[in-house]
Design a binder for this molecule. Structure first.
Ligand SMILES: C[S@@+](CC[C@H](N)C(=O)[O-])C[C@H]1O[C@@H](n2cnc3c(N)ncnc32)[C@H](O)[C@@H]1O
Length: 262
């Protein structure tokens, strides 16, 4: 499990927040209880609060750095944060809205975990999530190639890596007569400012486990090679560096009155 750095992660908070707005816009109803799984540093709570003024909201994240940061900045009496693993999380009572933004790709057995999570959604409630599906993007294939280079392989073999799932797989997984499904894909063309923009972007997320696995003397070598490969693949233009980024969205709403089938 990588150690998260909230400051590095928030460097592109505008671009990273946009999909959450797009997801939330499609959630129906007026949930009284909301749980945000993999909530990160808490910067998205105001989005939930702006939409649902009276909801009790709990943010869950496995990273103590993220939870500490979220707690420190929280001044909303109806918002709480707890440290916990999405894979084993169980609420005390069914939840009206289970939401997750850019976190399920880090859960190794997400296709087993998501149907289990759905059981904790109250009647008429919603499971809404967004997850990147960019494992085939050059930013990730270049990373994997470099990590398998004999200079680094000994340290990077077997590190936790994010795994995307395509939209159709989620749809087939969650199709059920008692649930209405809204599944879609958006490819954002993020225009990033400054030098080494794609490297800075991915160092806050997908590349972290690899960079952390490397010893201090090898990390700068890896970083230099990776930066160079990214600069060649994502050249900086006069308006910035364009990073195409595919994300999958799922909004699954339980029919009022329905119960889980065994
Ligand atoms: C890319 S960040 C997304 C943060 C926030 N949801 C957002 O959209 O900005 C991924 C978050 O998922 C958390 N995470 C990863 N695996 C997790 C797990 N198994 N259980 C709980 N949180 C997890 C990380 O600690 C991190 O805060």
């Amino acid at each position: 499990m990588p150690q998260w750095d909230p400051t590095a992660y928030l460097a592109f908070s505008g671009e990273r927040s946009r999909p959450f707005l797009d997801l939330i816009a499609r959630v129906p109803g007026d949930p009284a209880t909301i749980v945000d799984l993999g909530c990160g540093p808490g910067h998205l709570m105001p989005v939930l609060r702006a939409r649902w003024a009276g909801a009790r909201i709990c943010g869950v994240d496995s990273s103590s750095e993220m939870v500490d940061r979220a707690d420190r900045e929280n001044n909303d009496p109806l918002v709480t944060y707890v440290q916990g693993d999405i894979a084993s999380w169980i609420p005390d009572a069914a939840v009206d809205l289970l939401v997750s933004n850019a976190a399920f790709q880090w859960v190794p057995d997400q296709l087993d975990v998501i149907p289990r999570l759905r059981q904790h959604v109250a009647s008429g409630g919603t499971l809404a999530f967004q997850a990147p599906n960019n494992s085939d993007a050059p930013s990730h294939t270049l990373l994997a190639e470099l990590a398998s280079d004999p200079r680094f392989r000994r340290h990077t073999e077997g590190v936790a890596s994010a795994r995307g799932v395509d939209a159709r797989t989620y749809l087939d997984l969650l199709a059920d007569p008692d649930w209405s499904l809204d599944v879609w894909t958006t490819t954002y063309l993020h225009v990033l400012a400054g030098e080494d923009a794609v490297f800075r972007w991915i160092s806050g997320t997908g590349a972290r486990p690899y960079l952390q696995a490397l010893p201090d003397d090898l990390r700068p070598v890896f970083e230099a090679d990776y930066r160079a490969a990214l600069c060649e693949t994502y050249p900086r233009s006069e308006h910035g560096t364009v990073l195409p980024f595919e994300r999958v969205f799922v909004v699954a709403t339980r029919e009022p009155g329905s119960v889980d089938r065994p």
